[in-house]
Design a protein around this ligand. Structure first.
Ligand code: SAM
Ligand code: SF4
Length: 335
């Protein structure tokens, strides 16, 4: 272990080299599992990190061992200064990526290329236009599909994030897998997770086991190849023999991957969260604005990280809504 990465190593020996930065809390979609029906109280603009603050805080993380940065939100491409932010961050020695709903990709494709972004996570929960409206409350299906193809034509590696909900899109699992026959994409099925205001309950979730069983209704076990897990994986990946793309399952609820967690999140208002499910946050931005060093705060947050899902080890704890009330809504965390 080098001196430069010790503040990002937690009490369980996990090294946090992957920073996810949320750029804003606003979005041009209203996905019901992410944005509460009544919206959220937005932080005042002055409380959000500026381009310069994002860069300076990111630089501190990079000096301490971060080598991977993902921009998220809200919808990161909605931020007017997105081109400046991504260009500036590309000066750091990191692998840069974004998670986006895809609507504004065509507007930003050139700056993404110039900033050396190679990998993009694009969220798309259905392949049926009318269902897209019912989950996102907006009519942008065609635009997202066009932009998915634009990314592929420009040689980006695209992971398609699909949040599964029973009775809504579990009947499309096989269709998403079939999409990988001719498209070189990685489809990632995500178990629906609980956050403030998203009315989660376990019965709405489609589990890893159920996903695999549904895939097996169409493809034989000889056809489904298990791919090797990546280091610090969140997704357990598979491929249908002969298909161009692959598919994976992100099972934060039924089969969490906390042992190899290397992620830390920075919210748009400059707070770090050491776990997606954690209610406690550490305010870096205020300290930074007051001219104080933020490295001790980062270290303290990393040292306080719990072994599993912010201390929620059992399914009963995950099922308890009171454990999630004090967390943010996903739209304000950044996935
Ligand atoms: N707006 C961008 C997008 O949709 O890709 C980035 C932000 S969004 C919060 C990041 C990811 O979180 C998306 O892939 C979204 O599907 C996922 N997400 C949001 N709420 C979720 C939930 N309750 N459970 C699982 N994944 C969720
Ligand atoms: Fe917006 Fe992404 Fe949340 Fe959907 S998942 S509401 S696109 S932030």
């Amino acid at each position: 272990m080098t001196a430069s990465n010790t503040i990002l190593t937690d009490g369980f020996g996990r090294k946090h080299n992957y920073l996810r930065i949320s750029l804003l809390e606003k979005c041009n979609l209203r996905c019901t599992y992410c944005m509460p029906a009544d919206g959220i109280a937005l932080s005042p603009k002055a409380s959000l990190m500026t381009t310069e603050e994002i860069f300076a805080i990111a630089e501190t993380f990079v000096k301490n061992g971060v080598d991977k940065i993902r921009l998220t939100g809200g919808e990161p491409l909605l931020r007017k200064d997105f081109p400046e932010i991504i260009s500036k961050l590309s000066e750091l020695n990191v692998s840069l990526s974004i998670t986006t709903n895809g609507i504004l990709i065509d507007r930003h494709i050139e700056v993404l290329k110039q900033s050396n972004v190679k990998k993009i996570n694009l969220s798309l929960d259905t392949l049926v236009s009318s269902k897209f409206h019912s989950i996102t409350l907006r009519n942008q299906f065609e635009k997202v599909i066009d932009n998915l193809h634009l990314l592929l034509n420009n040689n980006f590696h695209v992971k398609v994030n699909v949040v599964l909900m029973k009775g809504f899109n579990d009947n499309e699992i096989v269709d998403f897998v079939k999409l990988t026959q001719f498209l070189p994409i990685s489809v990632r099925f995500i178990e629906f997770m609980p956050f403030a205001g998203n009315e989660w309950d376990r019965s709405k979730m489609v589990s890893q086991q159920e996903i695999l069983s549904l895939v097996e209704t169409q493809f034989s076990s000889e056809e489904i190849l298990k791919l090797e897990d990546e280091k610090n994986f969140t997704s357990r990946n598979y491929k249908v023999k002969g298909f161009q793309g692959d598919f994976g399952i992100i099972s934060s609820i039924t089969n969490p991957f906390c042992d190899s967690c290397n992620r830390i999140r920075l919210t748009a208002d400059g707070k770090i969260k050491n776990c997606l499910f954690s209610n406690s946050e550490t305010d870096l931005l205020t300290a930074f604005r007051n001219g104080k060093s933020i490295t001790d705060l980062i270290s303290e947050s990393i040292q306080n990280k719990k072994k599993v899902r912010a201390g929620m080890v059992t399914m009963d704890e995950m099922d308890d809504p009171t454990k999630h009330f004090d967390n943010r809504s996903m739209i304000a965390i950044g996935g």
